[in-house]
Write a protein that binds this ligand. Structure first.
Ligand SMILES: *[C@@H]1O[C@H](CO)[C@@H](O)[C@H](O)[C@H]1NC(C)=O
Length: 406
């Protein structure tokens, strides 16, 4: 009587052990520890060469295609000058697992770190690179001081972490501190996922945008916390199919599409979703911004959904008359056409009377703007709205009263 039970049981055991052994041997993992290439975790000895050697090894080794290659950085502080991790590589996937902190050299060497097309750590022409963990510290404070002092001889500084011409990139749990310029830049890339990023720089640090995306498609930014001196996330020309969700932003300048229309010939921005964001004490909430001069650029199919504004100066803003220093644009109209922009479930407090401002191009009115379930107050009273050349509709409860034209 026991046989019918025992046999299936043994079969299951045999099957399980077969499964276990295939799963643990089929995917070989090769780990390159940067310390074995001479990297020093004391934060003082330059480890640039060791990181590049580990990368060269990982990038150029010929493995069977299923091999997982890991570049491992243990705990510690690693001083690194400007580096390009360049493809194309022989391997499908390279994962950086970084428990330590990467530290940029101090101001005296800034000329050197800005060399790299304005990047400190740059990945160029790579496919299938993941970064897990890592704290990167750009040590930008002394450069910010220089810029704030009005000294026009300051170096422009470098982006902490850049990706150019790359596909299938993942960043998971990356912390970016005190970048000299932008923190993370995604430029001419396809299929990028950023998850659990933390970005931190002083509220008065100039041009320290958190994450900047341009000329890229299918980028997703999730579950991130950004506190900086410029835009939390900025969305440049040529961005399509961008998804941003569950972000805390502030201090900073908010989430911005733009500045668009700087160039006469410019790619448009299309299909952007910005969902579930809390803005805390920021200059702007959700903004679209363009230069006030001719351009082929455009922004369309944009959804701003579920935003909480806490004491935000301009919670909802379209500004098409951007003209810094009043140079090369006064008296001209923005050529950037803005259409199909939806604001849904946007609520909270404005730090100024006008919480909704649509200041569109006199040449191309903003079209198909939708406000749905918006409630913004200023000093416990309904805030105000201001419109120029803005067309659209409302639904649900909308406060301040809409000034959109049909
Ligand atoms: C818009 O982008 C999302 C990803 O953010 C994508 O899933 C969706 O298919 C795109 N929609 C269109 C119409 O391309």
């Amino acid at each position: 009587m026991t046989q019918p039970i025992i046999i299936p049981f043994l079969l299951v055991l045999a099957f399980l052990s077969l499964f276990r052994s295939t799963s643990s041997t089929a995917i070989p993992i090769i780990t390159y520890n940067v310390v074995n290439f001479g990297a020093n975790p004391n934060g003082e000895v330059d480890s640039t060469h060791a990181f590049l050697s580990a990368w060269d090894k990982a990038c150029n080794s010929n493995m069977v295609s299923s091999t997982i290659i890991i570049i491992y950085v243990p705990l510690g502080r690693f001083l690194i000058g400007s580096v390009v991790f360049k493809g194309k590589c022989n391997n499908i996937e390279i994962t950086f697992r970084i428990d330590g902190t990467l530290v940029a050299p101090l101001l005296s060497k800034y000329g050197e770190i800005g060399n790299n097309n304005g990047n400190w750590l740059l990945f160029d022409d790579v496919d299938g690179v993941s970064i897990i963990g890592v704290v990167i510290d750009g040590q930008g404070a002394s450069l910010w001081d220089c810029k704030r002092s009005g000294n026009y001889k300051c170096p422009s500084g470098a982006t902490n972490l850049g990706f150019t011409n790359s596909n299938n990139i993942m960043m998971n749990g990356v912390t970016s501190l005190n970048s000299q310029m932008f923190h993370i830049v995604i430029d001419r890339c396809h299929n990028v996922k950023v998850e659990g990023a933390k970005v931190l720089a002083a509220a008065n640090s100039p041009n320290t945008d958190g994450i900047h995306v341009q000329l890229s498609s299918s980028v997703t930014i999730l579950d991130s916390n950004i506190a900086t001196g410029d835009d939390c996330i900025s969305i440049g020309a040529g961005t399509t199919n961008l998804w941003i969700e569950n972000i805390a932003c502030g201090p900073g300048h908010g989430i911005s599409v733009g500045s668009l229309g700087k160039e006469v010939e410019e790619a448009g921005v299309q299909n952007v979703t910005v969902k579930t964001v809390t803005f805390i004490g920021t200059e702007n909430g959700v903004r679209i911004k363009s230069w006030g001069r001719p351009s082929s650029g455009f922004a369309k199919d944009i959804l701003f959904q579920h935003a909480t504004m806490i004491n935000v100066q301009n919670p909802i803003l379209i500004d098409q008359n951007y003209c810094p220093d009043q140079k090369n644009c006064p008296g001209q109209n923005s050529g950037v056409e803005i259409s199909n922009v939806k604001y849904e479930d946007i609520h909270g407090t404005s730090a100024t009377e006008v919480a909704v401002r649509f200041n569109c191009s006199p040449k191309y009115a903003c079209k198909a703007i939708t406000l749905e379930d918006v409630k913004l107050t200023y000093q416990n009273k309904p805030a105000e709205a201001s419109c120029n050349h803005a067309r659209g509709t409302t639904s649900g409860f909308v406060q301040p009263n809409s000034c959109l034209q049909f």
